[in-house]
Ligand binder design. Structure first.
Ligand code: ADP
Ligand code: MG
Length: 499
C-alpha cells in the first residue's frame, strides 16, 4: 500500500456567489504524480492556490503527513514543504534570476544584516547548471528572458529545496517540446525521491503518460479519483464534461473549394532575426494554418499581419490596396488579432469583461456628441459575452479573475463584436479545455462559412490538421512547406517539414 502524503478534507472556497470549490475531499500519496483535471473554471487552481497559501480557504483541512497545515503565503507553504509553479507568470520583474529563485528565503544569504549577493548568485548559477539551464544567468534581470525561460526559472525556484509536494499548474502549455521534456524529467525525479507532484494539465495524452493517479473536478465538485493505467482519454473526457462529448470536434468537411478572392497578401516580409522573406496570400473564407516549432517564426508572422512587428520590411496589403504597417490601421480595416501570450498581450487584466470587449469598438459606442455611452457599452458587451457564453457573474467582473478559457472567450467576443473580416488567431486554444475548444472550433467554422478569413497559428498539429484549408510550415524563420487539407494528412508529414 502506498502511504498517504496529503489529505484534502471538506475543502470549500467561494468568490462572491461563485462556489469555486465545494466540499472537496480526496487523498494524495507519496511518490506519485497525481493529476488534477477538469474543464476551465472547475476549481483546480483555486484548490492548489489554497494549498500553497496564495488563497485562504473558507473551510476544510489540508493534512500533510498527518499534520494539519495553514500556510498564509507561499513562503510559509515552502517552509511546510509545499511549492507551486503557478498558471500565470510566477517570476517578478525588476528582480534578478537569483533573487526570484530565493524570493522570501534571502535570509540564508544575510550575515550581520548584509545580503551576500555573490553567494546568492553563485548558488543560483550552480542550481541552474545542475538543472541544465546554464544559458540562464543568475545575475541577469529576469525581465530579460522570455516566457519560456522564466518558466524554467520557476521550475528551479519551486523544486531546488526538495519539497514534499510540488504543484505544477498548467505549466506545459507555456513550454515548447524541449521545455516540456525538461519539466517531465524533474517530475519523474521528484517522484523517484518519494515526493509528490500535483500535475494540472489540459493535455490528456500527457496526463495519461505522466501521472499515476488522476482526480477529476467538475464545477468545483469532486467527481472521482482513478488510476491512470485503468482509463482512456475518452473515459476522462466523459468524467470531466459529465456526458459524452458529442457533435463534431473539428470541422467535418473535405474537398470544399476555397474562393480565389485574395483578402490579404504578404510579400517579402522580413523581421530581422525572426522571419525572412515570407510570402503568402489569404483567401476569402479560408482558414490558413501556420505550424512549426515555437521559435520557427510563425508567431511573428501573425504579428506582422496585424502591423505589430518591430522593424518589419516587405508589404502586407489588403484587397483594396491598403497597406498594413501599424495596429490602428489594422483594426480600422477589420483585422483582428489574438496573441499567444493572452495575459500580457490580449486582455487588459485590471479592467472589466465589459471594457475588454468594447476596446476596439469604442468608435461605434459613442453618442452623437462623440462621448462614450455607458448604456451602449453595457448592451454591446452583454450581447457578445452572451454570444460567446463567457462564464461570469456579470460583465463588471474583472478579467483577471477568469479562467484561461473564459479569458480567451472575452478576447474572441471583442473581435466578433467588431465584426472583423480577417482574424489572426495565435494559439487560440492554448491551455483551454475540450468543451471550450470545441466551442472555438465551431465558431471558426461558422465564421469561415460566413466569408470571414482566418489565420490560425498553432503548436498543436492535430487542430491545424482538423481545422485548416491549408497549412504553411515554418522553420528557422522561413516557410519550409505547404500542405492542403485532406483526410489522409497526418502529423508526421508536418513534423518532417518542421525539424
Ligand atoms: P480552473 O483552474 O479549474 O480553470 P479556477 O480555480 O481558476 O478554475 O476557477 C474556479 C472558479 O472560481 C471560476 O468560476 C473562476 O472564475 C472563479 N475564480 C477563481 N479565482 C477567482 C478570483 N480571484 N476571484 C473571483 N473568482 C475567481
Ligand atoms: Mg486554473
Amino acid at each position: 500500500m502506498s502511504e498517504i502524503r496529503l489529505q484534502v478534507k471538506n475543502l470549500c472556497k467561494s468568490f462572491g456567489i461563485t462556489k469555486a470549490v465545494q466540499n472537496v475531499s480526496f487523498d494524495i500519496n507519496k511518490g506519485e504524480v497525481h493529476a488534477l483535471i477538469g474543464e476551465n473554471g472547475s476549481g483546480k487552481s483555486t484548490l492548489t492556490n489554497m494549498l500553497t497559501g496564495i488563497y485562504t480557504k473558507d473551510s476544510g483541512e489540508f493534512i500533510l503527513d498527518g499534520k494539519e497545515i495553514h500556510p498564509k503565503n507561499q513562503v510559509e507553504a515552502n517552509n511546510e514543504g509545499v511549492s507551486i509553479i503557478v498558471q500565470e507568470l510566477g517570476t517578478l520583474d525588476g528582480l534578478t534570476v537569483a533573487e526570484n529563485i530565493f524570493l522570501g528565503h534571502e535570509d540564508k544569504f544575510v550575515k550581520c544584516g548584509i545580503k551576500n549577493t555573490n553567494a546568492m548568485n553563485k548558488q543560483a548559477n550552480e542550481l541552474l547548471k545542475k538543472y541544465g539551464f546554464e544559458r540562464i544567468k543568475a545575475s541577469d534581470m529576469v525581465d530579460d528572458y522570455n516566457f519560456e525561460d522564466r518558466k524554467l526559472v520557476e521550475i528551479v525556484k519551486a523544486t531546488y529545496f526538495g519539497p514534499k509536494i510540488v504543484v505544477i499548474d498548467e505549466t506545459t502549455t507555456a513550454l515548447s517540446q524541449e521545455g516540456r521534456e525538461e519539466l517531465y524529467k524533474h517530475m519523474k525525479r521528484i517522484r523517484a525521491e518519494g515526493n509528490t507532484v500535483i500535475f494540472i494539465s489540459h493535455d490528456l495524452p500527457e496526463v495519461l503518460e505522466l501521472s499515476d493517479t488522476i482526480t477529476i473536478l467538475r464545477d468545483g465538485v469532486y467527481i472521482d479519483t482513478v488510476k491512470s493505467a485503468d482509463v482512456t482519454e475518452d473515459d476522462l473526457k466523459k468524467l470531466m464534461v459529465g456526458r459524452e462529448v458529442t457533435g463534431d470536434y473539428y470541422r467535418a468537411d473535405y474537398g470544399e473549394k476555397v474562393s480565389d478572392e485574395v483578402v490579404l497578401s504578404v510579400k517579402n516580409v522580413t523581421v530581422p532575426g525572426l522571419i525572412k522573406d515570407v510570402n503568402f496570400e489569404l483567401h476569402k473564407g479560408e482558414i490558413l494554418g501556420f505550424g512549426g516549432l515555437s521559435e520557427s517564426g510563425m508567431h511573428e508572422v501573425g504579428k506582422a499581419c496585424f502591423g505589430a512587428s518591430f522593424d518589419r520590411e516587405g508589404k502586407v496589403t489588403l484587397a483594396d490596396g491598403t497597406e498594413i504597417n501599424d495596429i490602428p490601421t489594422a483594426i480600422s480595416h477589420s483585422i483582428a488579432y489574438t496573441s499567444k501570450d493572452r495575459d500580457n498581450e490580449s486582455v487588459v487584466m485590471n479592467q472589466s469583461i465589459g471594457e475588454n470587449i468594447c476596446i476596439p469598438s469604442l468608435d461605434s459606442l459613442s453618442n452623437k456628441a462623440g462621448i462614450l455611452s455607458g448604456k451602449k457599452m453595457k448592451e454591446f458587451s452583454n450581447k457578445f459575452a452572451k454570444e460567446m457564453s463567457v462564464k461570469m457573474v456579470n460583465t463588471d467582473q474583472f478579467v483577471s479573475n477568469l479562467s484561461g478559457g473564459n479569458k480567451q472567450k472575452v478576447v474572441l467576443a471583442r473581435w466578433i463584436g467588431k465584426d472583423s473580416d480577417i482574424l489572426v488567431l495565435d494559439s487560440p486554444t492554448r491551455g483551454i479545455d475540450i468543451k471550450v475548444k470545441q466551442d472555438i472550433y465551431q465558431l471558426m467554422d461558422k465564421m469561415r462559412k460566413n466569408g470571414k478569413s482566418i489565420i490560425m497559428i498553432s503548436e498543436e498539429m492535430a487542430e491545424l490538421i482538423g481545422m485548416c484549408d491549408r497549412i504553411i510550415i515554418m522553420k528557422d524563420g522561413m516557410i519550409s512547406g505547404e500542405l492542403a487539407r485532406n483526410p489522409e494528412m497526418d502529423e508526421n508529414k508536418l513534423i518532417a517539414k518542421m525539424v
